[in-house]
Write a protein that binds this ligand. Structure first.
Ligand code: FAD
Length: 392
């Protein structure tokens, strides 16, 4: 008999989980705290491990219609502009891993998942429904929302992001995420509005002391997404992904950069900022599920964006959760969720650790920076490719 599944959170993790679970025949109720579904205006890179899973969820055609396929990933110095390494992406990733490397606008990915969830006809969606509490007893989970409504289900999935409320039902000693002191500045521009020299069909990464910048095409290549990550005081409310800011604040954090990067930053029409918070990597299966409550995405494992895999792991979680609950009777739910957490925790922890390590390597100064650049020049694509991540 299919299970009744309640999902808290309608971001990428919640929608991917809802889609995967509904395709296995479960009845899904999704509660989103915001008055409307939506995503911020920024880009997202999707490795072959992620595009493969999106294909398995049946959204391939919709994804292809909105994505950009970058030619290559090119690493440069943020101070001199010199190229240090290049990894071909366009055909190479598909040939090697059986699925492409794509770049999308977050709102486009979110919208196509939402459309697929709606089209399934078996997911009930509610907005302005913030889950504030949940308890499990007698084989049932009871959740309540801020408007004093009560919800009962066989399973509760916490897909409620970095500041998850559901996490408190799973983790024994919950603590708040910690500020990293890193800020992400992001901008989006129509490529047609840029001088020809600044338009791009590739993922460009500039590495500098205590900062790095990333630019890549989205929306079939019509827009360029630019993100600068710098070690600078948080810009404002740590919970907001959309703090208004400007070029002057950005440049106070980065100092002067290489000519081409400087020109790109100056060409952006506006900037928003994100203060990055983090948690230690997941330390065991007990941090991803307990009895009838499971966590997916940032609720379980926030990821610094230094490996570009936070949303990727959220999508992997959703697919794995649906596999674990496939054909599961209500009495078997705790065992199925234990299977899910055992299948997912170590991979998520590895991606979190690598992202944290990349933060140190990308922003290195002195001898570490010198060693990094020599390694990039000598090893090039072999250092940039990530078979352990993309092949799984
Ligand atoms: C600068 C930057 C760049 C990034 N780039 C990439 C990239 O290139 N590739 C990649 O894979 N990842 C990337 N990431 C990571 C990625 O953005 C996140 O990991 C991903 O968005 C997490 O999705 P989520 O659904 O788990 O959480 P969220 O996106 O935070 O969604 C949570 C949802 O739950 C809702 N909610 C919250 N609390 C409640 C509640 N109590 N009840 C009901 N609803 C609730 C929220 O309103 C929201 O809709 C990047 C992150 C940053 C900061």
């Amino acid at each position: 008999m299919p299970a009744d599944i309640l999902i808290a959170g309608g971001g990428i993790a919640g929608l991917a989980s809802a889609l995967a679970l509904s395709q296995r025949g479960h009845r899904v109720e999704l509660l989103e705290q915001a008055p409307a579904f939506g995503e911020v205006g920024a880009g997202i890179q999707l490795g072959p491990n992620v595009t493969r899973r999106l294909g398995s969820l049946g959204v391939w055609d919709a994804l292809e219609r909105v994505a950009a396929t970058p030619d290559a990933l090119v690493v440069r110095s943020a101070t001199s502009g010199a190229q240090t390494a290049r990894l071909p992406l366009r055909d190479a990733m598909k040939n090697r891993y059986g699925s492409p490397y794509l770049c999308v606008h977050r709102a486009d990915l979110h919208a196509l998942l939402l459309a697929a969830v709606r089209a399934s006809g078996v997911v009930s969606l509610s907005t302005s429904a913030r889950v504030v509490d949940a308890t499990a007893h007698s084989g049932v989970v009871c959740a309540s929302t801020q408007d004093a409504r009560a919800w009962e289900s066989d399973v509760l999935v916490g897909a409620d992001g970095l500041w998850s409320a559901v996490r408190d039902c799973v983790v024994e000693h919950p603590v708040a995420p910690h500020p990293t002191g890193h800020t992400a500045w992001r901008a989006l521009v129509r490529q047609a509005d840029l001088p020809a020299a600044l338009r791009s069909k590739q993922v460009d990464i500039w590495l500098g002391p205590r900062l790095h910048a990333v630019a890549y095409p989205v929306r079939r290549g019509e827009f360029l997404n630019v993100v600068v990550l710098a070690e600078a005081a948080p810009a404002g409310d740590a919970r907001s992904w959309d703090q208004p800011t400007g070029l002057a604040a950005l440049q106070a954090a980065t100092g002067r950069t290489a000519g081409a990067l400087q020109a790109l930053l100056e060409a952006m029409p506006s900037w928003s900022a994100w203060s990055l918070c983090d948690r230690p990597p997941v330390s065991g299966p007990r941090e991803m599920a307990n009895e009838r409550v499971a966590l997916v995405g940032d609720a379980a494992h926030p990821m610094l964006p230094y490996l570009a895999q936070g949303a990727g792991m959220a999508i992997e979680d959703g697919v794995a959760l649906a596999e674990a609950l496939d054909g599961c009777e209500t009495l078997q739910v705790p065992a199925a969720l234990a299977h899910y957490s055992h299948a997912r925790w170590a991979r998520n922890a590895q991606v979190q650790s690598r992202a944290q390590r990349n933060a140190v390597i990308f922003h290195a100064t002195g001898a570490v920076r010198w060693g990094r650049d020599v390694a990039l020049r000598v090893l090039g694509a072999r250092l940039l490719d990530q078979p352990w991540l993309y092949a799984a």
